[in-house]
Write a protein that binds this ligand. Structure first.
Ligand SMILES: [Zn+2]
Length: 145
């Protein structure tokens, strides 16, 4: 017998169409569900471990960048709340915001994010112990630990 004939016979013998069809085990769905539930039980170990760890707060520079991004995003969707309304709502205004609030400027200028152009934002977004102490400035507040 030549090599080709031998391989043809082997190939014919291993033809999967000649094999009887196998069906999935009847309880396959139950086994998969049990496996998933077992994995879910494993997650409780990680939840217990995470609960035992003390939660650290984010670094001030990260908090500052997130705050800047959120306020910028909010300003994209429409005017920010005016400074008089912010103060009336109970938030202490940054010293520069307070100057604008008492200045004779229009409503549009009262709804601008002045802390965005303040040097406090610039250094607070880059330093975790930035030397900024403006009362009422959120960027100064983020520096307090
Ligand atoms: Zn400020």
């Amino acid at each position: 017998m030549d090599d080709d004939a031998l391989f043809k016979r082997l190939a014919a013998a291993s033809d999967p169409s000649a094999l009887p069809a196998e069906s999935a085990p009847a309880n396959l769905k139950d086994k998969i569900q049990a496996s998933l539930l077992a994995r879910q039980a494993d997650d409780s170990v990680f939840e217990t471990l995470a609960a035992a760890m003390s939660a650290e707060s984010a670094p001030p520079s990260l908090t500052s960048r997130i705050y800047s991004a959120l306020v910028a995003r909010q300003a994209e969707s429409g005017p920010l709340l005016g400074l008089p309304a912010v103060k009336a709502g109970g938030r202490e205004l940054c010293v520069f915001e307070e100057l604008v609030r008492i200045a004779p400027v229009g409503e549009k200028k009262q709804a601008f994010n002045y802390c965005h152009i303040c040097h406090a934002r610039v250094i607070a977004e880059r330093m975790d112990f930035a030397p900024i102490y403006w009362p009422g400035c959120p960027y100064a507040a983020f520096q307090r630990r």
